[in-house]
Design a protein around this ligand. Structure first.
Ligand SMILES: O=C(O)c1ccc[n+]([C@@H]2O[C@H](COP(=O)([O-])O)[C@@H](O)[C@H]2O)c1
Ligand SMILES: Cc1cc2nc[nH]c2cc1C
Length: 335
């Protein structure tokens, strides 16, 4: 007897009746089944996708944990708005729209056309000696994200981020959420050398030692970032609205983990686009029992990996919708 629900069974039957040896489209078959389940449809639509990039700054960046200066967050936001970043180029090449959200960039509000203002503050506090944000700020970021995630009429939404220092944040958050050791989670981010990597690890050892075990919402407030919390909320909002959520790299996966720990049902909508080169991504993926689709040695963020996975989602839905069955095509089945 099948342990699947009747609907999941019907989806699987439809996939198995296509003109191919059963299982021969490998993970594209599982992807098609997931898309069908998320949309509760045997003929799901996978035509419209939008990327949202959440940008914010991190107090912990003051501790010398990134290879780049903090101003780069703001400068890259201007680059996104000007259309010149990798995310813009990939988005155009795969037919995906892109929007940029200020979740909490350091300094004064940017007041540039096209930037969506959901600022929770001018960057988080350093979490070395105290919490990154208050519980109220964390709830504000999650709530703003949930609303953004539920907007529009998308079949899938991709989420990316920009925030100098946020690999340190994601590592600390991942450590508190999974209990995995920092040595497995701390990586080179934008390109730290060995000495700087050791310093980053030492900073994070000190920062994470000041608290014990934390509930997910506490961990997010103590060690999170505004873009990470907002992205977690957006993942929850999009999942609740029946959309596929395409998760990008290390930082986006930390947000997905926080979202899932806070609201386990959102896990079913998530597609993990790629395994980043950042040390620690594999650990977070494992904690989510997630197998990413691609392995391209990316470590950029911005949603670049999520964009590259979008054509695979379209192909999976097209397989379900357009491929002939054995009966349609008059092809003999397995003897
Ligand atoms: O997505 C990833 O896996 C990823 C891995 C390493 C770095 N990044 C990007 O680089 C920035 C964070 O790096 P860092 O060294 O400043 O912590 C941030 O803007 C991320 O988008 C992103
Ligand atoms: C130039 C640059 C671009 C980025 N995009 C995402 N993170 C980034 C970090 C840097 C440093």
């Amino acid at each position: 007897m099948s342990l699947e629900t009747p609907f999941a069974d019907a989806l699987q039957r439809k996939i198995d009746l296509k003109t191919k040896p059963p299982g021969s489209l490998g993970r594209i078959e599982a992807l098609a089944a997931q898309i069908g389940r998320v949309q509760s449809s045997l003929t799901p639509r996978m035509a419209r996708c939008q990327l949202t990039i959440f940008a914010a700054d991190h107090g912990i960046a003051e501790e010398g944990v990134s290879a780049f200066p903090r101003e780069v967050t703001r400068q890259m936001v201007l680059n996104f708005l000007g259309g010149g970043a990798a995310a813009n180029v990939f988005a155009r090449s795969v037919g995906v729209g892109l929007q940029v959200v200020d979740a909490g960039i350091a300094g004064a509000p940017m007041e540039v056309e096209g930037l969506i203002d959901r600022r929770v503050g001018a960057g988080t506090m350093s979490f070395l000696n105290g919490p990154a944000m208050s519980a109220a700020q964390c709830a504000q970021a999650l709530g703003a994200g949930r609303a953004l995630g539920a907007e529009g009429d998308w079949d899938a939404v991709a989420f990316g981020e920009m925030g100098i220092g946020n690999t340190a944040t994601a590592a600390a958050l991942g450590h508190k959420l999974t209990g995995a050791g920092l040595e497995q989670l701390v990586g080179r981010g934008t390109g730290l050398d060995d000495a700087a990597l050791n310093h980053k690890r030492a900073v994070l050892e000190r920062a994470t030692a000041r608290t014990g075990e934390l509930a997910p919402a506490q961990a997010l407030a103590e060690y999170g970032g505004f873009e990470i919390a907002m992205m977690a909320g957006a993942m929850q909002g999009a999942a609740a609205a029946g959309r596929i959520v395409i998760v990008d790299g290390f930082i986006a996966t930390a947000a997905a983990l926080a979202a899932t720990r806070l609201e386990p049902t959102c896990r079913g909508a998530m597609v993990f686009a790629h395994r980043s080169q950042e040390r620690g991504h594999a650990v977070l993926l494992e904690a989510l029992k997630a197998r990413p689709l691609l392995e391209l040695e990316l470590r950029l963020g911005e949603g670049t990996g999520a964009l590259l996975a979008w054509p695979l989602l379209k192909a999976a839905a097209a397989m379900l919708n357009e491929m002939a069955s054995f009966e349609d095509a008059g092809v003999a089945r397995q003897s």
